[in-house]
Design a protein around this ligand. Structure first.
Ligand SMILES: [Zn+2]
Length: 289
């Protein structure tokens, strides 16, 4: 087995209000064959390009964990410079192409392949990466797994020291919790996340992330069991004093993700106040059947 070098490129964007630092990864074999996992933002391509040149790497493809701009907007320029395709999951394809169109990037000039599905593998000389479907943060999110070294590239499914954004329209909390379980089942030794530091022995971290979500869910249920509440009331109650006012909209979307899961599970019903028409969430006495 030839050696494989993994370079974590933590690049800084000025264009994203929530996440300024994002990771892209360069995997290079001893003979210089290489691939990129994620591609940073449009203003971080110079660093990735120069670093790749410095490694004397020949890029065979750019593999996107998901379509979000901080991971994908750098891909078109890099794909053009490296003359290589961009790969994503089929569910990400329409979102990715519409994101590019919104940014004035002509998609017809790009070779975008919606082929990152669990039955396909990425081959880099004698190294193989498996595609793991990990929906939740987005509907077509994927992780990449090297079973020989038990190394996982998780994209935004795992963010050490941060919170993974799970809210509408992209997020789905029940899917996300299942994806965390699926990643834990590999018993990975190392995680290369979409944001934050490389993490050794990541299973306890992933279990804690799941626990935190379930705890929050219990808090929400507790509030609305006392009295039906609007999403604004629940958000204020949960986050009072702990986040900035201008970030409350993010918290509100996260709460919305929780409520959607509880509605799907029939633990909560959305109803409307007969006088004010405000949307109120009420806990069901016992789950409806
Ligand atoms: Zn993301």
């Amino acid at each position: 087995m030839t050696s494989l070098t993994v370079d974590q490129m933590a690049v800084n964007t000025q264009k994203h209000s929530l996440e300024q630092e994002v990771n892209a990864y360069l995997l290079t074999t001893a003979s210089g064959n290489a691939l990129l996992i994620d591609a940073g933002y449009e203003d971080t391509t110079t660093f990735i390009y120069e670093f790749t040149k410095h490694r004397e790497a020949t890029i065979q493809g750019i593999y996107l964990t998901h379509y979000h701009p901080d991971h994908s907007l750098g891909a078109p320029e890099l794909a053009q410079k490296f003359n290589c395709p961009i790969h994503c999951h089929p569910l990400e394809y329409p979102r990715l192409t519409s994101l590019y169109e919104q940014h004035g990037i002509p998609v017809q000039n790009l070779d975008i392949r919606a082929d990152l599905i669990p039955t396909s593998k990425i081959i880099l000389e004698d190294h193989t990466l498996d595609i793991v479907f990990t929906p939740g943060h987005t509907h077509g999110h994927i992780a990449l797994y090297d079973s020989l070294t038990q190394v996982l590239f998780t994209g935004d499914t795992v963010i050490p020291g941060g919170t993974v954004w799970i809210g509408p329209p992209d997020g789905h909390l029940a899917d996300y919790l299942q994806s965390l379980d699926a990643l834990c089942a590999f018993s990975p030794k190392l995680v290369y996340p979409g944001h934050g530091a490389v993490t050794h022995d990541p299973v306890p971290l992933m279990l804690r992330m799941k626990e935190r979500r379930l705890l929050r869910e219990q808090q929400i249920l507790h509030f609305i069991k006392q009295t039906p509440q609007s999403i604004e009331q629940i958000t204020k109650e949960l986050y009072r004093g702990s986040i900035r006012e201008d970030m409350l909209w993010v918290a509100k979307k996260t709460v919305q993700g929780h409520l959607q899961k509880l509605i799907d599970e029939r633990q909560v019903t959305l109803s409307y106040d007969s006088l004010t028409f405000n949307a109120l969430y009420r806990a069901n006495e016992r789950p409806e059947v």
